[in-house]
Structure formats: structure tokens, C-alpha cells
Design a protein around this ligand. Structure first.
Ligand SMILES: C[C@@](CO)(OP(=O)(O)O)[C@H](O)COP(=O)(O)OP(=O)(O)OC[C@H]1O[C@@H](n2ccc(N)nc2=O)[C@H](O)[C@@H]1O
Ligand SMILES: Nc1ncnc2c1ncn2[C@@H]1O[C@H](COP(=O)(O)OP(=O)(O)O)[C@@H](O)[C@H]1O
Length: 267
């Protein structure tokens, strides 16, 4: 059985406070986008993991799909599986690719072995694997809060716009990104701001990781500036970076951007 874990972008990201457990409380909008991995499981006589496509750093035991298998195995009598992941979502990009694989692995096991897990149960397993894994259980636009693993549904449909994503050749670790941020409370929640006209977003929707990351990697700041120069209505780094997205009118001429020497997606 096979499914196709999708990436996300963050529209706005406010890091509001440091928590006693070392994590941070935040608020963000998660928006699913069409860059996908392919994940397959086949019942087998022993657990195995192999991947193709982009190289995934770390050992097999550290892969979030394998961690997901052991988590489920504790509670359900499931047989070993052969896992194949075709990796296409850029890694360390702020696109949540590893988290998406973990959540889609839970979904796949639930379906394949008819485990009858409720959505709440799947969310609980996902939360144990990483803060933004839970989003990918349903993968629909949400306002996320606390560690980024509690949600409120929102109505947000950007399908009438052209969204482009630029991936500079830089990978940023999530914990490195958090270590450079000074948390601050916000005056107005993103849950309200997201309903303002999109043409206004650039005036008040921000990503708190940008300041510090832009200081250390000026080329990422340059990508965001280039997206605005090309006519973006809104542009931002996604999550902890390094990818940057721009939202454009469908009729925009993006040829200047496509000539840049960077990986470029229409999402
Ligand atoms: C920053 C965000 C924004 O959506 O995503 P990415 O941009 O990396 O995709 C998320 O908060 C990333 O979530 P995720 O990648 O699942 O984080 P985890 O694996 O649980 O944690 C990695 C490390 O990030 C830090 N961390 C993560 C989430 C959070 N709310 N506070 C934190 O301080 C902790 O240092 C933790 O050890
Ligand atoms: N299935 C997976 N795909 C990608 N990375 C994974 C996976 N499982 C574990 N990882 C680990 O997670 C790290 C960051 O993953 P990723 O989700 O791409 O980051 P980000 O959310 O910042 O884009 C990788 O460096 C890798 O070591």
C-alpha cells in the first residue's frame, strides 16, 4: 500500500514563550502544499527501511517512519513491514518533510492493517514523533498553537494564486533555528490576522525565525527580496527555513525568478 506525504508552508510564525520542557509555544498557520514524497509498506518477515531520491541524513533507526513503526507496534499486534520511502521533499527546508512521512506512515499502517484508530489516536501517536507531525494527520489548513500540535480549523484557500517556492542550497536544523530566537507575546493573534486581505499580510504577518536566520545567511534574505521584486503579494521564509515562498497573482510573469540558479517549485 502506498501514500504520498505532502509538504507544508508556514504563513506567519510567532514564537511566544519558552516552555519549561525546553520547547517553545508558538502560533502559526500551516498550509499544505503539493510537493510530495511516496511512501510504501509491504507486509514482510522482518522490518526493513530503504529510500530512494534525496539522501536522508541519519541511521535507519532514526528515520521517523521506523520510529512510527515501533510506536504502533507497542500497542497493536502488527507484522513486520518493508518500508520504501521515495524522498522528494527538500530536507531541512522548513517544509516539514520528515514529520509528513511520520504522520503518513501512521495513516498507512492504520489503513493497511485495519487498526481502526480514531483521528485523535493518530494525532496522539504523531505528537510523540515531533511537534509538527500532528498537522499531517489531516493535512488541511489550520491555525496551530502551543508546541504547534494543537489546532483550530481555518478557511483558507490560496488556489486562485500562484505560489512559488525557492530552495536555496542551505539546510537549517530546527533546533539551531529555535536557539536564535527571543520569544515575545503578540498583540493580535494570527487567527484574526489571516482573515485580513492578502495584500495587507506583508504589513503585519511575520516569521520570527527570519531575523536571526537572515543575519547568518544573507542569501536567504536576498531570495525573499527577489520574490517581492518579481511582484509577490506576500513572501516569507517557511518555518525554520531555508525555503522561501512567494504568493503571486496567477497572471504574474515569473521568468526573472526562474533564471536564478536555485531549485524552484510551483506549489
Ligand atoms: C519550526 C517548525 C515550524 O512549523 O517546523 P520546521 O520549519 O522545522 O518544519 C516546527 O515548530 C518544528 O517542528 P518539528 O520539526 O516537528 O520539531 P521537533 O522535531 O519536535 O523538535 C526539534 C527541536 O525544535 C525545538 N522546538 C520544536 C518545536 C517547538 N514548538 N519548540 C521548540 O523549541 C526543540 O529544540 C526541539 O528539540
Ligand atoms: N523521513 C524523513 N525524511 C527526512 N528527514 C528525516 C526523516 N526522518 C528523520 N529525518 C531527520 O529529520 C531531519 C530534518 O527533517 P525535515 O523534516 O526535512 O526538516 P524540516 O521540517 O526543517 O524541513 C533530517 O535531517 C533527518 O535527520
Amino acid at each position: 500500500m502506498i501514500n504520498f506525504p505532502n509538504a507544508k508552508i508556514n504563513i506567519g510564525l510567532n514564537i511566544t514563550e519558552r516552555r519549561p520542557d525546553g520547547y517553545h509555544n508558538l502560533e502559526t498557520i500551516f498550509y499544505p502544499v503539493k510537493i510530495n514524497d511516496a511512501l510504501e509498506i509491504i507486509e514482510s518477515d522482518k522490518l526493513s527501511f530503504e529510500s530512494s531520491g534525496l539522501d536522508i541524513p541519519g541511521r535507519m533507526e532514526d528515520n521517523l517512519c521506523v520510529k512510527g513503526y515501533y510506536l504502533i507496534k507497542k500497542d497493536f499486534d502488527v507484522p513486520p513491514v518493508k518500508i520504501h520511502l521515495h524522498k522528494n521533499i527538500p530536507i531541512g527546508a522548513g517544509l516539514g518533510g520528515g514529520s509528513a512521512d511520520a504522520a503518513f506512515f501512521i495513516r498507512l499502517m492504520n489503513e493497511k492493517f485495519e487498526l481502526d484508530m480514531t483521528i485523535d489516536q493518530q494525532l496522539d501517536y504523531a505528537r510523540k514523533l515531533g511537534a509538527d507531525c500532528a498537522f499531517f494527520i489531516e493535512s488541511k489548513p489550520v491555525f496551530a498553537f502551543e508546541k504547534g500540535d494543537e489546532f483550530e480549523s481555518i478557511k483558507l484557500d490560496l488556489s486562485s494564486y500562484e505560489i512559488v517556492l525557492v530552495m536555496p542550497n542551505i539546510h537549517i536544523s530546527t533546533s539551531e533555528a529555535y536557539s536564535g530566537v527571543k520569544p515575545a507575546m503578540v498583540r493580535q493573534s494570527l487567527l484574526e490576522l489571516i482573515y485580513e486581505p492578502i495584500g495587507e499580510w506583508k504589513n503585519f504577518i511575520k516569521n520570527d525565525f527570519e531575523n536571526n536566520i537572515f543575519k547568518n545567511h544573507v542569501e536567504i534574505r536576498g531570495v525573499k527580496a527577489a520574490l517581492y521584486e518579481a511582484g509577490a503579494i506576500y513572501a516569507s521564509m517557511s518555518g525554520s527555513g531555508a525555503s522561501v515562498f512567494g504568493i503571486f497573482a496567477k497572471t504574474s510573469d515569473l521568468s526573472a525568478l526562474e533564471h536564478d540558479n536555485q531549485v524552484f517549485y510551483h506549489i
